[in-house]
Each structure stands twice: as structure tokens, then as C-alpha cells.
Design a protein around this ligand. Structure first.
Ligand code: ATP
Ligand code: MG
Length: 564
């Protein structure tokens, strides 16, 4: 490609709403341009990167045995009624009408369409297993589209759906996809982790998300520094302390804490550490209030709490009036000692291992010192209730938990029979009976990967692409081409030779000043730069510099060619 014939449009200024570095750099490099909220044009430069990601994803999906197809973006309402998702999918579903007033949505995902396809196409167990995939534009009316293509409304997704006779067979394909995703992100040159995730509302059981690690990531993940263990922070198990609970030594003593309510105020006032305190929250249970207790230095994990049998599937704090009515004191003074019998006390594993602790006195302006489980306070049940913290032992027993931020770029999911049942997608099994198919689904955010890669790979001058994603691998920068025929001839000859060798090369023949040309190539992140100048040609050399290097080197033509 000759840059003089391309549309490269780098800019200096970006709008203030471009909050994160990838959004700013994609705009500055001229990779994307905004049309409206969450809607972007992929300019020629951006599209080159997007296509490279797409090609790697497609190649690895094919290699893994999945079969490509392409489904319509526009999907009829009736199909979404069959799975009851027309209403349930909520505000993200963009609904549209045709000229006859028939209703459609712009597909945010394709479980309905693929299952409709499968019920028509698949009749016999002999056709299974099958994994269909497509790379296609989705629309989700996100509440807060932001960060450019990272959370857009229209975006490119690779989605795959597999069909099986049995859960065992699904499980095999699931791990095949897990391995395939690991290969894809490794090939793209990204630092990533496969993370155990919450199956949430989609139903089904086993699911992993693939996260690119970056400080700007929206998700918090916990991983072990001594093993492959990684989980969403909401999911990560907080294991029980190794030491047994010490025996009670202190007497229970009520102390005045007139205005001290928070853990910080209490620890300062009573000169104790937060690890020696128990924090108690009252939430609304299925049949009345429920007390949740964690150690003073820990936080309740609401996702874990919501799963407790005593709670109605969500964790909602009781308000002040409810608490005063039930206990007779304000929220800051609640503790497990002496709570009414009707309130179950669910205690986190770490809090349950405490003895002689400080907790609320269940009367305004008081706390207890020297409180002890069993002797002074009831435990209805010990459970994993808290958020993991940096340094916790890893749940697999190997290493310690570290916390990091991640960007979700992929998701694999064992769906089970939910969609096949709703749409009656059956095949005839070995014994001639109708058998509902079992399904898996596997998504990759192709366009999000482009932004996520930049979050991980940039410096003060711009993007530093991993080679497999770069718009071009090599840039040939020609200094003053119009002034010197020998310079032009050398550049053209090197350009032609690299082209013959199949190297993805761009010739910067725009005739810009060196400073502007170099700044552009650094901003758009080309991994290798070769400068062809009058001085170099006179000395028989080219100036070479890798994007990650701090110094240039003088190389002969053969040495340059040997690099690629
Ligand atoms: P998120 O939690 O980020 O909203 P999701 O759970 O809704 O993601 P999936 O339905 O699993 O995502 O979609 C598969 C992949 O599509 C995601 O892993 C993500 O990489 C990508 N993706 C989802 N929503 C968007 C979006 N609004 N913009 C760009 N990519 C997206
Ligand atoms: Mg989403």
C-alpha cells in the first residue's frame, strides 16, 4: 500500500468525552469516526486492524472444526416470543417495524435464529455434534455506550453455537472452544486470563469469560499468583482461615461508643484492629430480616449473598425504620450478640474464626468488647459471604489471590437445553425417539479486541501494536522523494521486494517532513520502520527502528530484508 493513495487522517485533538487511552488513540490515529452515540465508522486504517483480528478468529474457529454461516441481523418478533425474550431481554433490544407494521429486532445475539435453523436442518443424531459460527454485526441499545468501540451499540461479534445429543458431548466441545479461545488470544499477542464467571440470568451452569488484563478494564478479576486459577471477583471463593477459632478468654463487656458507628471510627476509638471486629448488616430475607456478618476489614459480596437460601435472590439492605422496629437501635450499632431469635445469623468463614471480638451492642451508642460465638452470639450458618482481597489464599490451595482489572473479550457458555426446549429443536436419537438437543454458545467481541489491545499496548507516542494486529508490519519512510531519484528508486525497489516476499508493508510516499512522518507511524503503531534518505543511500544503508526500541540502527539492504 502507498500512503499517498490511502486515506490516513491522523488528528491532534480529540473530544473530551474520549475518556480512555484506546478511545483517544483510535480517534487520533484516524481508525474510527463517530456517527452517533455508540455508532462508529471504521475508517480504512481501523478496518485493516479489525480485518486482521477477524481473520485470526475465523482461521482458529475453522481449525477447531466449527462451520461458518451468516444469519440475518434483523429477526422477527415471533421467534423471540417463543423463548419469551421479546420482553425479557429488556431495553437493550432495538425493536423495529416494517411497512406492514410487522415487528422485528436488530439482533443483539442469535440463539433464537440459530436454534430455529437447527430445528429445521437437523433431524438425526447422526448429524451431531455440530458447531456453527458467524462473524457479524450486533446491536445492543446499551444504557451507557462509552469508550468508543469498547462498549458500542453496534459492534462486531464472532458468535458460535454448538448442538449435541448429550451433556458429555457438550462438555467436550466447550473445552475445545476454551482451548481455541486461548489460542486466538495468544496468537493476537494479548495478555489474557480465562476467568470463572457467574452463570447469571442466561441459565445454564459452566461459563468462563476471557479477559484482556488492563487497568482501565470494567471488570475486577481475582487470580492466583501460583496457579491458573482465575475468577470474577464476584465468583472468587474466600476460603476458611487455616487456624481454628481460638478459645474465648475475655468477658463480654458493653462499652459506650456515643457517636462511633463505622469500623474506622470504632477501631480508632477502642484502639483495636479492624480484623478483631465483626461487621453486621441486616438484609431483607424471604421471611423477615437476616443478619450477615463479616470481619471488620472485609466487605460483603452481594452476588454471593443473593444466592443464600434465606434471601429472595437479591440482597437488599433493610432501611433504618425496619431496623429500629426490629432491634430498637440505629444501623451503626447492630451486632450478632443478643439479636432476636427470629433473625438468622449468617456468618462469613473468616468472621466465624474470631474470638474475643468487637461488635455492635444492639442499643444506640454502644458496642460489645470480648464477644464470642456460641457463648454470646448465635451462628445459624457459616457461609462464604465476602469479597476476596489481595493476599487471600487461592481456593485451589496454590499461591495467593491477586486482584486485577480486565476487559471481557470472550465468553464461553454451556447453555444446556434452554433454547432447544423452548423452540422444540429435537433430533431422533439412537433408539428412534425425539431428543431435545443440548447447546453451547461462544462469543468473541471482535471489535472490542481492537480497543482492548491498545489499552495493553501504548506509550507516549501512540499505539504499539502486537505484530499480528498491526495495520501494516513495516513502514518505509521516504525522505524528500521528489529531490532525489536514487532515494525514490531505492525505496521503490525495497517496497517491491518486500511485497514479493509477502510482507505487509506500507510505503510512506506522501513527501511529509521526517518529523511529521515519524510521528504518524508511531501514533498508528507500525512495528517496524525503515527510513530511506539521501544520506543513507550515499552510505549504502537504511535506518531501521522497531516501534518498541529506543535507538535506530543502520542496516544494509540485505540486513533489512533478513528481518522479515
Ligand atoms: P458485557 O458484560 O461487557 O456487556 P456481555 O456479557 O453482554 O458483555 P456477551 O453477550 O457474552 O457479552 O457477548 C460476547 C462478547 O461480545 C463479549 O465478551 C464482549 O467482548 C462483546 N461485547 C458485548 N457487548 C459489547 C458492546 N456493547 N460493545 C462491544 N463489544 C461488546
Ligand atoms: Mg452486555
Amino acid at each position: 500500500m502507498r500512503l499517498s493513495k490511502f486515506h490516513l487522517a491522523t488528528v491532534k485533538e480529540v473530544p473530551a468525552d474520549a475518556e480512555i487511552v484506546s478511545h483517544r488513540l483510535m480517534l487520533r490515529a484516524g481508525m474510527i469516526r463517530k456517527l452517533a452515540a455508540g455508532l462508529y465508522t471504521w475508517a480504512p486504517l481501523g478496518l485493516r486492524v479489525l480485518r486482521k483480528v477477524e481473520a485470526i478468529v475465523r482461521e482458529e474457529m475453522n481449525r477447531a472444526g466449527a462451520v461458518e454461516l451468516l444469519m440475518p441481523a434483523v429477526q422477527p418478533r415471533e421467534l423471540w416470543e417463543e423463548t419469551e425474550r421479546w420482553e425479557r431481554f429488556g431495553g437493550q433490544l432495538l425493536k423495529i417495524k416494517d411497512r406492514k407494521d410487522a415487528e422485528y429486532c436488530f439482533g443483539p445475539t442469535h440463539e433464537e435464529v440459530i436454534t430455529d435453523f437447527a430445528r429445521a436442518e437437523l433431524h438425526s443424531y447422526k448429524q451431531l455434534p455440530l458447531n456453527f459460527f458467524q462473524i457479524q454485526t450486533k446491536f445492543r441499545d446499551e444504557i451507557r455506550p462509552r469508550f468508543g468501540v469498547m462498549r458500542a451499540r453496534e459492534f462486531l461479534m464472532k458468535d458460535a453455537y454448538s448442538f449435541h445429543l448429550s451433556a458429555d458431548c457438550l462438555e467436550r466441545e466447550y473445552w475445545n472452544m476454551y482451548e481455541t479461545y486461548s489460542r486466538i488470544f495468544t496468537r493476537l499477542g494479548l495478555k489474557f486470563r480465562a476467568v470463572q464467571a457467574d452463570a447469571g440470568a442466561i441459565g445454564g451452569n459452566v461459563t468462563h469469560e476471557f479477559h484482556v488484563l488492563a487497568d482501565s478494564g470494567e471488570d475486577a478479576i481475582a487470580f492466583s499468583d501460583g496457579s491458573e486459577y482465575a475468577a470474577n471477583v464476584e465468583m472468587a471463593e474466600a476460603v476458611a482461615p487455616l487456624q481454628e477459632r481460638p478459645v474465648a478468654t475475655a468477658p463480654l463487656e458493653r462499652v459506650a461508643t456515643p457517636t462511633q458507628k463505622t469500623i474506622d471510627e470504632i477501631t480508632a476509638f477502642l484502639a483495636v484492629s479492624s480484623q478483631a471486629c465483626v461487621k453486621t448488616l441486616l438484609v431483607r430475607g424471604c421471611t423477615g430480616l437476616v443478619a450477615l456478618c463479616v470481619r471488620g476489614d472485609h466487605e460483603i459480596n452481594e452476588v454471593k449473598a443473593a444466592k443464600l437460601a434465606e434471601l429472595p435472590g437479591e440482597s437488599v439492605l433493610a432501611d433504618e425504620a425496619e431496623i429500629i422496629k426490629a432491634i430498637g437501635c440505629k444501623p451503626g450499632f447492630i451486632g450478632p450478640a443478643g439479636l432476636p431469635e427470629s433473625i438468622p445469623v449468617i456468618v462469613d468463614r473468616s468472621a466465624a474464626a474470631l474470638a474475643d471480638f468487637v461488635c455492635g451492642g444492639n442499643a444506640d451508642g454502644t458496642h460489645y468488647r470480648g464477644a464470642n460465638w456460641d457463648r454470646d452470639a448465635r451462628i445459624t450458618r457459616v457461609a462464604d459471604l465476602r469479597k476476596v482481597v489481595d493476599g487471600d489464599p487461592s481456593p485451589d490451595g496454590k499461591g495467593h489471590i491477586r486482584l486485577a482489572r480486565g476487559i471481557e473479550v470472550g465468553h464461553v457458555f454451556q447453555l444446556g437445553t434452554k433454547y432447544a426446549e423452548a423452540l422444540k429443536a429435537t433430533v431422533i436419537d439412537q433408539s428412534g425417539k425425539n431428543h431435545v438437543m443440548t447447546m453451547g454458545c461462544y462469543g468473541i467481541g471482535v471489535s472490542r479486541i481492537v480497543a482492548a489491545a491498545i489499552e495493553q499496548n501504548f506509550d507516549a507516542s501512540g499505539i504499539v501494536w502486537p505484530e499480528p494486529m498491526a495495520p501494516w508490519r513495516v513502514a518505509l519512510c521516504v525522505i524528500n522523494p521528489k529531490n532525489d531519484a536514487a532515494v525514490t528508486a531505492a525505496a521503490e525497489s525495497l517496497y517491491a521486494e518486500l511485497g514479493v516476499r509477502g510482507v505487509d508493508v506500507v510505503l510512506d510516499d506522501r513527501g511529509l517532513r521526517p518529523g511529521g512522518m515519524f510521528a504518524d507511524m508511531e501514533l498508528i503503531g507500525i512495528p517496524h520502520r525503515v527510513v530511506i534518505s539521501e544520506r543513507g543511500i550515499a552510505a549504502g544503508t537504511f535506518e531501521y527502528r522497531a516501534r518498541r526500541d529506543s535507538e535506530s540502527r543502520q542496516l544494509s539492504r540485505d540486513e533489512v530484508l533478513a528481518l522479515f
